[in-house]
Ligand binder design. Structure first.
Ligand code: SF4
Length: 368
């Protein structure tokens, strides 16, 4: 299998810095945007063009996705983690209440979300194989099979053989974020554990696609380093996955750092304007990519972005294991959410903007 590799992070920064207004104007009219067009669209020179970028992003999104916003919710299975990531509430260093749901407890959480109307769920865990391994994930997938339109996972990176096994059990998508594409920063914030292996993580989306998964989600944690260069790296990764695994859909997430146990302060500020520019730029670069905006963001911002580029919203999320059954327990959360509205409230806000909240855009019966 060919491997994805990136130019040096500083080189990406220099490419972006060199972009001029003329490059941005060219990128805006390009029918087949190149990676250089993406660099222009995320450059400081493009900030003057944000209203036009938003207009074009909205147009492309409507052409490719209609007015639909797909809703999903995470289920946190376990907050045990053997890694020490400086920015995360689940880091092995942090003294938080740890727990791993039993299969029955996980099923109860799923049932609560099912009753609320969710058809797409994302199973999330810290990275600790002794708590959440392939057998455990497979058992949950088999229990939930047929009850949801799509069950995705966001857990530790696995082998292709393990992804194949989970796909057969009913998992259809895997999210695995690089966190940062800047190798130097990656080393600084990943202090110990298997996650310190930058390249193994970078190659994970390809293993997911090679296993035949329907969809793979990539992303970078915004707030660690230069967001513009992270955006360009994301674009390169996205384009590489498209070229090498054309039958696997790719989604992109833009998680901005949120307050979490451990009191990590973002290294760089990424404003809402910055985040919007990145989302518009990626939409113009790849009109077919699913773009996610999670409950990390405030309700006001999420409502403002409706129809402009993102196609998938989480709603009514809880980031602690067992949090739907026991909403009073907030100790053990990965991070505090910014949009605390229920699924009904988010759906109403989506409809008020003239968009359609959709709980299901896929049926597992389509899966062969
Ligand atoms: S980011 Fe993931 S791997 Fe790192 S501490 Fe948090 S849960 Fe563990």
């Amino acid at each position: 299998m060919t491997l994805f590799s990136l130019p040096d992070f500083q080189q990406l920064q220099q490419t972006i810095e060199r972009c001029t207004s003329a490059d941005v104007e060219q990128a805006l009219i390009s029918r087949n945007p190149t990676i250089h067009d993406l660099a222009a669209l995320i450059s400081p020179a493009a900030e003057l063009f944000l209203p036009e970028m938003a207009r074009r992003s909205a147009l492309l999104t409507a052409q490719r996705f209609g007015k639909t916003i797909q809703l999903y919710a995470p289920i946190y299975l376990s907050n045990y983690c053997t890694n020490r990531c400086a920015y995360c509430g689940f880091s092995a260093d942090n003294r938080i209440a740890r727990r791993c749901l039993t299969l029955d407890e996980a099923e109860t959480e799923a049932e609560i979300l099912h009753k609320r109307g969710f058809q797409h769920i994302l199973l999330v865990s810290g990275e600790a194989e002794n708590a959440v391994d392939v057998e455990y994930l497979e058992a949950i997938a088999l229990r939930l099979r047929g009850r949801f339109a799509a069950v995705s996972i966001e857990v530790q990176p696995l082998s292709t053989a393990h992804y194949t096994r989970l796909f057969k059990a009913g998992i259809t998508a895997v999210a695995v974020y690089q966190e940062t594409y800047d190798q130097k920063m990656y080393k600084q914030v990943h202090l110990s554990g298997k996650k310190t292996d930058y390249h193994y993580r970078l190659e994970t989306p390809a293993r997911v696609a090679a296993a035949g998964m329907r969809e793979v989600g990539i992303g970078a944690l915004l707030g660690l380093t230069d967001w513009r260069a992270e955006g360009l790296a994301l674009g390169l990764h996205l384009a590489w996955l498209r070229k090498n695994f054309w039958s696997t859909a790719v989604t992109v997430s833009f998680p901005r750092l949120r307050p979490a146990a451990g009191e990590f302060e973002p290294r760089v500020i990424v404003s809402e304007q910055n985040l919007s520019q990145l989302i518009f730029a990626l939409r113009l670069f790849d009109p077919d990519a699913g773009l996610l905006l999670s409950t990390r963001e405030e309700a006001r911002y999420r409502d403002g972005m409706l129809g402009l580029g993102p196609t998938r919203y989480s709603a009514g999320s809880c980031t602690a294991p067992g949090g739907y059954s026991h909403p009073e327990q907030t100790d053990g959360e990965q991070f505090s959410v910014g949009d605390q509205r229920t699924m009904e409230e988010v759906s109403l806000a989506i409809a008020a903007k003239g968009c359609d909240p959709v709980c299901k855009d896929w049926d597992s019966a389509f899966q062969t």
